[in-house]
Design a binder for this molecule. Structure first.
Ligand SMILES: Cc1cc2nc3c(=O)[nH]c(=O)nc-3n(C[C@H](O)[C@H](O)[C@H](O)COP(=O)(O)O)c2cc1C
Length: 148
């Protein structure tokens, strides 16, 4: 049987969200038997998305919303009917003080029929040392959901 596959898909301009994505991927990697791929947007092929079993979706907050490349991924997944409905997901994001980015990520994910494994996580800028384990645990929870 093929190993379940997680895609950590994210956009990052200045590295804060990329650092979160790396920690989420590390957390996924703590679960044996799960394949993990990091995909920086734009760059997620919708055909490949259909082969993914679980999604971790991350964005910086731009104008109180998800960044444009992340919104475009959702737009295209809906428009081209990517076969991802019903798959588990977690969301994560970074912000500069607004703390609104998770609202948009979770609304978009739910509109596509993705199923939330655990409430998402936001960091003010890059994750600090005291936040790193919590970010990893978000990825671990997603990977565990694929093995249960
Ligand atoms: C165009 C732009 C718009 C932004 N809008 C917001 C915002 O509405 N609220 C907020 O808290 N931070 C805002 N920020 C700050 C970013 O969300 C924050 O710096 C984030 O950590 C950047 O992530 P990155 O390093 O992964 O690119 C904005 C930054 C940019 C460049």
């Amino acid at each position: 049987m093929a190993m379940p596959k997680v895609a950590v898909i994210y956009y990052s301009k200045t590295g804060n969200t990329r650092r979160m994505a790396e920690l989420v991927a590390e957390g996924c990697g703590q679960v044996a038997g799960v394949e993990v791929a990091m995909v920086e947007l734009p760059g997620m092929d919708l055909g490949e998305a259909a082969q993914v079993d679980g999604f971790a979706i991350g964005s910086p907050e731009y104008f109180s919303y998800a960044a444009g490349h992340v919104k475009t991924f959702f737009d295209e997944a809906l428009a081209y009917k990517a076969n991802i409905s019903g798959k588990p997901y977690v969301a994560f994001g970074t912000h500069g003080g607004g703390a609104r980015v998770l609202e948009s990520l979770e609304r978009l994910s739910q509109a596509l029929g993705l199923k939330q494994v655990r409430p998402g996580m936001m960091c003010l800028g890059a994750p600090g040392p005291s936040e790193e384990d919590d970010v990893r645990s978000l990825g671990r929870a997603l990977a565990e959901a694929l093995c249960s």
